[in-house]
Design a protein around this ligand. Structure first.
Ligand code: NAD
Length: 477
């Protein structure tokens, strides 16, 4: 059993959960300890105890620890990328890429630990000086989803630690392996006992223990809208700081003047890579009249060439869906799309491979309408719907007609339309001639409307969540 990390000790739990490879359900990666409320509380207590020394300690030391974590992640990207692909179902190259990115994030925040700034001002009262500093919050609870099992824990934990907070991380039930490896690396890199704690277990028990504990000053959550609402309410009820990164129904607009090959690449990558299991996936392809048929035909041609299969096999472009439950959700939505009158032009079939896994061919709907459920609700699988529109104005209106607002893309060669889209898309991230998914690690990440709540993650904007501003006045006498 892979144990919990609480106060620097590796602790077993009364029960464990098998971590199963979605590419081959006979392959059990390991059993991971499942915490109860008591263990979660012990992790919070350990983090609270470690906080004073960590927050007041040497920022040079903090920076060195984060840098060492980053170096080890990058050095072990091949091995950990394989673990990631094995437990989550991303392809090996996607897994290696994600681990490398996690390493880069730690290195970025190793620098940020030394760069935190404030303001020094003169007071309106003569002889009085004013300083504005950023202080750490205390214990932060980090609740992560399964779809980026190392990058999301990394971008939360590296920022929290850099600014002097202590951490309790709760990974998703389906993907504890990468989080466990990360905890082991952070501990070995020299984080003092209790600075970083890992508690694995069910969200309703371990997640709720973090959101409800008065010693947890802030909770950073990434996951579904439904869980996010619960986490937000629990935190707000006790005035804890909370950050919610949730779902998306991201539009990719393709205009008549787009470079067709580029648009097809953006659509196929954005909608189907990582098996469509990205919060930034392009699930709505909004296409203007004159390019519509050529675009659809070219996307179908590309889809025919994509290989769906075991995530660790070379030559595979699309790995399995993460588990049977999510596969059923995807299939149900494909049925819903059909019943709503959209045309399933390609894929959307469960397929068998030599290993028993959750394989689904990428599904492309055409003749979809933005009012259909497949265009309004996040499916979180390899399913995209093409919506035909007249012109740019209608494309923009349809793109914005959604409760979500994470990412939006436009493929066009018109500066005028690219500029207007960048300005008027109601989202946190806009992509011009790029897929809606795929972001840099050193700039802010987050959305608008129902996709996000609270300050941005990543880049130096992360300080807005993980620090509290303090204003100090001093009169020298
Ligand atoms: P989920 O909401 O089911 O679970 C997320 C986490 O919350 C898990 O660790 C889970 O155990 C925990 N949890 C469950 N119930 C809880 C409770 N009552 N209290 C506290 N924590 C609880 O989401 P998921 O299925 O793991 O991930 C998929 C979702 O994540 C999708 O909606 C996707 O769009 C979203 N996502 C968003 C972003 C983003 O940055 N916007 C990034 C990745 C994924």
């Amino acid at each position: 059993m892979k144990p919990q990390l609480i106060g620097g000790e590796w602790v077993a739990s009364p029960s464990a959960r098998p971590n199963i490879n979605p590419s081959d359900t006979r392959d059990v990666i390991d059993a991971y300890a499942q915490a109860d409320g008591e263990q979660a509380a012990a992790a919070v207590a350990a983090a609270a105890q470690a906080f004073p020394a960590w927050s007041r300690g040497s920022i040079q030391r903090r920076s060195e620890i984060l840098d060492a974590v980053g170096s080890e992640l990058i050095a072990r990207a091949a091995e950990l990328g394989q673990l990631l692909a094995r437990e989550e179902g991303k392809t090996l190259s996607e897994g290696v890429g994600e681990v490398t990115r996690a390493g880069q994030i730690f290195k970025f925040f190793a620098g940020e630990a030394l760069r935190l700034t404030g303001d020094a001002l003169r007071s309106v009262r003569p002889g009085v000086e004013v300083s504005v500093t950023r202080e750490p919050l205390g214990v932060v609870g980090l609740i992560a989803p399964w779809n980026f099992p190392i990058a999301i824990p990394a971008w939360k934990a590296a920022a929290a630690l850099a600014y002097g907070n202590t951490v309790v991380l709760k990974p998703a039930e389906l993907t504890p392996g990468c989080a466990w490896a990360l905890a082991e690396i952070i501990q070995r890199a020299g984080a003092p006992d209790g600075v970083f704690n890992l508690v694995m277990g069910p969200g309703s028990v371990v997640g709720a223990a973090l959101t409800d504990d008065p010693r947890v000053a802030a909770v950073s959550f990434t996951g579904s809208v439904a869980t996010g609402a619960r986490v937000g309410q629990a935190c707000m009820a006790r005035n804890a700081r909370v950050q919610l990164e949730m779902g998306g129904k991201n539009p990719l607009v393709v205009l008549d003047d787009a470079d067709l090959d580029l648009a097809v690449e953006c659509a196929v990558n954005g909608a189907f890579y990582s098996t469509g299991q990205r919060c930034t996936a392009s699930s709505r392809l909004i296409v203007t009249e004159a390019i519509h048929d050529r675009f659809v035909a070219a996307v179908v041609e590309r889809l025919k060439g994509l290989v769906v299969g075991h995530a660790l096999e070379s030559g595979v472009h699309i790995g399995p869906v993460v588990d049977e439950k999510q596969l059923q959700v995807d299939c149900d939505y494909i049925e819903i799309g059909r019943r709503e009158g959209a045309r399933l032009l390609f894929g959307g079939e469960r397929v068998s491979r030599p290993t028993p896994g959750h394989f689904l061919t990428p599904a492309l709907f055409t003749e979809a309408d933005n009012s259909m459920r497949i265009a309004r609700e996040e499916i979180f699988g390899p399913v995209a719907a093409v919506i035909r529109v007249r012109d740019f104005d209608e494309a923009l209106a349809v793109a914005n007609d959604t409760p979500f607002g994470l990412s939006a893309g436009v493929c066009t060669t018109s500066l005028k339309h690219a500029t207007a889209f960048r300005q008027d898309a109601c989202v946190g991230m806009v992509m011009v001639n790029l897929p809606t998914a795929g972001v840099d690690p050193h700039v802010p990440f987050g959305g608008a409307k129902g996709s996000s709540y609270g300050p941005r993650e990543q880049g130096r904007y992360a300080a807005e969540f993980y620090t509290r501003v303090k204003t100090a006045y001093a009169f020298a006498g």
